[in-house]
Ligand binder design. Structure first.
Ligand code: NAD
Length: 295
C-alpha cells in the first residue's frame, strides 16, 4: 500500500509557487492577490478561511480577508462582490460556503467575476470544464487530480466509482475522471444517496472517491483488493482526548481499507491539504490570465 500524502504533494506545489512568486516580484510582475469573504463565524469555515490566508502568506501572495456578520443582507454581500468584480488589484475572489439560509448561494456565485473564480463554482467555469476547455477547476477535485498525477496513478480504462454528486466535489470529480486527459479516461459510475446496493458498485471499482460526509462509511468488505481509495470526507466527531473537543474523520474506515488498497489518502493529511494547494494554483493562474500571460 502506498500512502497518497497530501503533505508531501502540497508542500511541493507551495515550493514551486513560492519560487514563481519571488521571480515575478524580481521581474516587476503582478503578485497574485486572493480575497476571501466569510459570513458569520461557523467553526469549520473559520478554520478553512484562516488556512487559506496563511497559505497565501507562505507563498508570498497577497490576501485580504473580509468578515461579514451572520445577519448581513444579501444585497450588501452582492454589492461587495460587484466592487471586487471590477477591482484590478484583485485576482481571485471566493466566498466561503455554506452561507446563512437567507442568502442565495446561486446569486452569490453568479456575482463573482468568472476571470477571478478561483473556486471554479461559476457556471462559466463549470461549463468550460465539462467541455474540456482551460478553466478554473474546483479546488478539491483539482487537488485530487494533482495528487494522482504526482504519484503517477494510472487511470486510463479503469473503472472509477465516485460516491457523492455535489457541485463542489462529486459531480466535477466524475467529469474530470471521465474526461480525455492523462489522469482521466476512466469509466465512471456516480453513486449517491438514492443508489441501490452501493457496495455492488464499489466492489467492482479500481478507483473509489468517497465524498459523502459519513465518517467511516466505506468499509473493507466494500473494496476490492488493489483499489485506489481517495477519501474526501471531513467530519468533526466528538473526541474528549483532543483540546478542541473533536477529531476529524474521513468517509473511509482507513485501517481496514488501507490493508486492501494499492493507494490510499489519509484523513487528515490527504485531500484537504491538496484543496489548498489547488486553490493557490488557481489563484496564480488567475493572476497570469488577467495579466495577459495565459490565454
Ligand atoms: P454534500 O452534502 O453536498 O453532498 C454529499 C453527497 O453524498 C450527496 O450527493 C449525497 O447524495 C451523497 N450521499 C449522502 N449520503 C449518502 C449515502 N448514505 N450513500 C451514498 N451517497 C450519499 O457534501 P460535499 O460538499 O460534497 O462534501 C462531502 C464530504 O467532503 C464532506 O465530509 C465535506 O466536509 C468533505 N469535503 C472535503 C473537502 C476537502 O478539502 N477535503 C472539500 C469539500 C468537502
Amino acid at each position: 500500500m502506498q500512502l497518497l500524502d497530501g503533505k508531501v504533494v502540497s508542500a511541493a506545489i507551495k515550493v514551486q509557487l513560492k519560487a514563481e512568486t519571488a521571480n515575478r516580484l524580481a521581474e516587476g510582475k503582478k503578485i497574485p492577490h486572493l480575497v476571501v469573504i466569510i459570513v458569520g463565524n461557523n467553526g469549520a469555515s473559520e478554520t478553512y478561511v484562516a488556512s487559506k490566508v496563511k497559505n497565501c502568506e507562505e507563498v508570498g501572495f497577497g490576501s485580504t480577508l473580509i468578515r461579514l456578520p451572520e445577519d448581513v443582507s444579501e444585497e450588501t454581500l452582492l454589492s461587495k462582490l460587484a466592487e471586487l468584480y471590477h477591482d484590478d488589484t484583485v485576482d481571485g475572489t471566493l466566498v466561503q460556503l455554506p452561507l446563512p439560509a437567507h442568502i442565495s448561494e446561486e446569486k452569490v456565485i453568479l456575482a463573482i467575476n468568472p476571470a477571478k473564480d478561483v473556486d471554479g463554482f461559476h457556471p462559466v467555469s463549470v461549463g468550460r470544464m465539462v467541455q474540456g476547455l482551460p478553466t478554473f477547476i474546483p479546488a478539491t477535485p483539482y487537488g485530487i487530480m494533482l495528487m494522482l498525477e504526482h504519484y503517477g496513478v494510472q487511470t486510463s480504462g479503469k473503472h472509477a466509482v465516485v460516491i457523492g454528486r455535489s457541485n463542489i466535489v462529486g459531480r466535477p470529480m466524475s467529469i474530470l475522471l471521465s474526461s480525455q486527459h492523462a489522469y482521466g479516461n476512466c469509466t465512471v459510475t456516480v453513486c449517491h444517496s438514492k443508489t441501490r446496493d452501493l457496495a455492488s458498485f464499489t466492489r467492482e471499482a479500481d478507483i473509489i472517491v468517497a465524498a459523502l460526509g459519513r465518517p467511516g462509511f466505506l468499509t473493507a468488505d466494500m473494496v476490492k483488493e488493489g483499489a485506489v481509495v481517495i477519501d474526501v470526507g471531513i467530519t468533526r466527531v466528538p473526541d474528549v482526548s483532543k483540546k478542541s473537543g473533536f477529531a476529524i474523520r474521513g468517509d473511509v474506515d482507513f485501517e481496514q481499507v488501507a490493508a486492501k488498497s494499492s493507494y490510499i489518502t489519509p484523513v487528515p493529511g490527504g485531500v484537504g491539504l491538496m484543496t489548498i494547494g489547488a486553490l493557490l494554483k488557481n489563484t496564480m493562474a488567475a493572476c497570469k490570465m488577467r495579466a495577459g500571460e495565459l490565454s
